[in-house]
Design a protein around this ligand. Structure first.
Ligand SMILES: *[C@@H]1O[C@H](CO)[C@@H](O)[C@H](O)[C@H]1NC(C)=O
Ligand SMILES: [Zn+2]
Length: 620
């Protein structure tokens, strides 16, 4: 026994070498067939050989696996069997590759367990990290738009420096697509312009398209970067015919003579007769989004607004087993009437259990960039405006209560302080007066972008989850204070305040892609630095309102365990701990190193993305 114990403490690397040399085979006859039979019944079922049981170990002398597991935050090695993590710990503790489990207890010794596994050829293959590389749990995006991302990649308009720049991109797109070039009735749709980047910061008009003979007469609809406004061509205005004078919760921009200029904001966008997406288009958009998601280390996405058609499409893919990562869809229908019955409820659904639908999304107001965020007081830079409530408090209150009654998690888009205030009133009424159990219900506010200082405290007191997008802070920091003034800005993009207010210290992080990039490290960088990509901010290189920065550990938790909590998944993922799914990524730089410059984060690449023990991107 003593000999075996000593043997059992040998480093795994040595054990591998010993195995190659065949020095262990002499022990095998000692094992009774009972052990093997026990092993087979206990393990071969959930210990998939095809999935390649494996282990990941840090470069020697380092502990570079960041687990987000409070009890064991940094470890040297992690062992995976099938889709689950079975062990994390020091290199020495790797002697038992299966952890303390029933098989080991049956055979009574770690080293016997290992010997059996080696003999059967299922001893985990060990991958050693390159020096400087780290492992973190697979990243989650708590708020993105999957199909819209692929749609946008079709004709992206981000960064366009002028109206002419947009026009030139549209022309290049037409010239590159002969089917569109030769058919002037085909719709041309793009996403990403932002008038705040242009001289004069004026909204564009339909007439801007008419100046160019290639564009004149074509139906064109281009969404603003936040998808809260559409700029359409004269042909689209013709197709729309007679327009209502006003639209509840939206606006039709008009010239001095009262004619529509071709700009439709928030609810008025629904007037635009864009053709519905075909199934082939959805497939193309979906595949594009998944390709970029795994490339950037996303193993989970919360889709912040899935139509019933989109859900049915993704449901079929789940049944086929063709979803590479975990998807958490928030059902959404644009209606003031209750629509819960239009959304199928799905839990760990599909061939690999990757799909969950148990939440819905509601929209309260518009966005700050287009003065659509609903404010309690007028805009500082546009005193005639106070933003747009897309639904009345009354309609929202009834909807939220009914969704809560039917057991749906409710996630509500709120940007302005009025939107946040109204929704907190509704949540407060359910949680404090109607007996809503916040732990079971987990209501969320998406964006929680501009809040009064009182509401920053109230969201915490109620235990409502804030789901925020740190790159919005750095995208908006150039104009947010103009819009809001010096007082209100203190409750805006206040991520550290939101985190501290949360009783469970939960702050779910996301990107709102395609409004921002899909790469979660952009959000990580924005959260910890509060500067633009050049390291600058209106408050200098120390960051914009630096007291609202998150630490690297807080940001990582927001993109992993907190996102899991916000999707009822904290017991099965979000950290690297025995029993949880093996969802992890390998990064080629240490984004967690407090001494490394922030900009190294932007130069970090994902080397491998693993979901449920399966490599979906890169190389181990
Ligand atoms: C709320 O639900 C949780 C989880 O089911 C439970 O532990 C807790 O006691 C409940 N709280 C109240 C106030 O009922
Ligand atoms: Zn969104």
């Amino acid at each position: 026994m003593a000999g075996k114990e000593k043997d059992g403490t040998r480093p795994v690397v040595e054990a591998k070498i010993a195995r190659k040399n065949g020095s262990r085979s002499s022990k095998l006859p000692l094992l009774s067939s009972v052990f093997l039979a026990t092993f087979a019944t206990l393990y071969l079922s959930n210990f998939s050989l095809r999935n390649g049981n494996h282990a990941v170990c840090s470069a020697s002398g380092a502990a570079s696996i960041y687990t987000v597991d409070e009890s064991n935050p940094m470890v040297e090695c992690m062992t995976i069997a099938g889709s689950r993590i079975v062990h994390t710990g020091t290199r020495d503790s790797m002697q038992n590759p299966l952890g303390d489990n029933a098989f080991t207890r049956t055979v009574g010794s770690n080293s016997i367990a290992r010997t059996v596994l080696e003999f059967l050829g299922v001893y985990p293959k060990i991958h050693h990290l390159a020096p400087g590389s780290i492992v973190v749990p697979g990243l989650a995006d708590s708020h993105g738009h999957i199909l819209e991302y692929g749609y946008k990649m079709n004709l992206p308009l981000d960064g366009a420096a002028s109206i002419d720049d947009v026009i030139n991109r549209v022309k290049a797109y037409i010239n590159a697509h002969p089917d569109i070039l030769n058919d002037p009735t085909r719709w041309i749709e793009g996403v990403g312009w932002d008038q705040n980047r242009w001289e004069g910061k004026q909204f564009p008009t339909a007439a801007d398209f008419d100046r160019d003979p290639l564009l004149r007469g074509r139906p064109i609809a281009l969404a603003r970067v936040d998808i809260h406004a559409y700029w359409v061509s004269t042909r689209v205005l013709e197709l729309m015919g007679e327009l209502p004078d006003t639209v509840e919760g939206g606006s039709i921009v008009r010239d001095a003579a009262g004619n529509p200029t071709g700009l439709f904001v928030d609810n008025a966008m629904q007037l635009i007769p864009k053709p519905a997406w075909s199934e082939a288009q959805m497939r193309e958009y979906f595949d594009l989004a998944m390709r970029d998601a795994v490339k950037h280390g996303l193993t989970s996405i919360h889709d912040a607004g899935s139509s019933p058609e989109g859900i049915h499409f993704i449901k079929k893919l789940a049944e086929e087993g063709s979803i590479p990562i975990r998807l958490y869809l928030m059902g959404m229908v644009n209606s003031d009437e209750y629509w819960g019955h239009q959304i199928p409820r799905l839990e760990n659904y599909g061939k690999h259990g990757m799909l969950n639908v148990r939440s819905i999304k509601l929209v309260t107001d518009g966005a700050l960039g287009s003065w659509g965020a609903a404010l309690l007081e007028p805009y500082t830079d546009k005193p005639s405006e106070q933003g747009i409530m897309r639904s009345s408090a009354d309609v929202l209150g009834k909807l939220v209560t009914q969704f809560w009654n039917d057991g749906w998690q409710v996630n509500i888009h709120c940007i302005g302080d009025r939107a946040n205030h109204v929704v907190l009133d509704i949540y407060e009424s359910i949680i404090e007066r109607q007996g809503g159990n916040v732990t079971e219900w987990r209501p969320r506010i998406e964006h929680a972008q501009i809040m009064t200082l009182d509401d920053l405290k109230r969201i915490g007191r109620l235990g409502v989850i804030a789901s925020v997008q740190p790159s919005h802070a750095t995208s908006d920091m150039g104009y947010a204070e103009d819009r809001l003034g010096p007082e209100r800005i203190r409750g805006a993009y206040a991520y550290q305040s939101l985190l501290q207010a949360s009783p469970l210290k939960v702050l779910a992080l996301g990107s709102d892609f395609p409004v921002e990039g899909i790469d979660p490290l952009l959000g990580f960088y924005a959260a910890v630095s509060r500067t633009d990509a050049n390291g600058e901010s209106p408050h200098g290189p120390g960051g914009w309102f630096p007291e609202q920065k998150l630490t690297r550990a807080q940001a990582l938790k927001g993109m992993t365990l907190d996102a899991a909590y916000a999707s009822f998944a904290e017991t099965t993922r979000g950290s690297l701990a025995p029993g949880k799914f093996a969802d992890y990524i390998i990064l080629d730089k240490n984004i967690m190193d407090p001494d490394a410059p922030f900009q190294d984060i932007l130069r970090t690449a994902v080397k491998a993305t693993v979901v449920g023990g399966r490599l979906v991107y890169g190389q181990l």
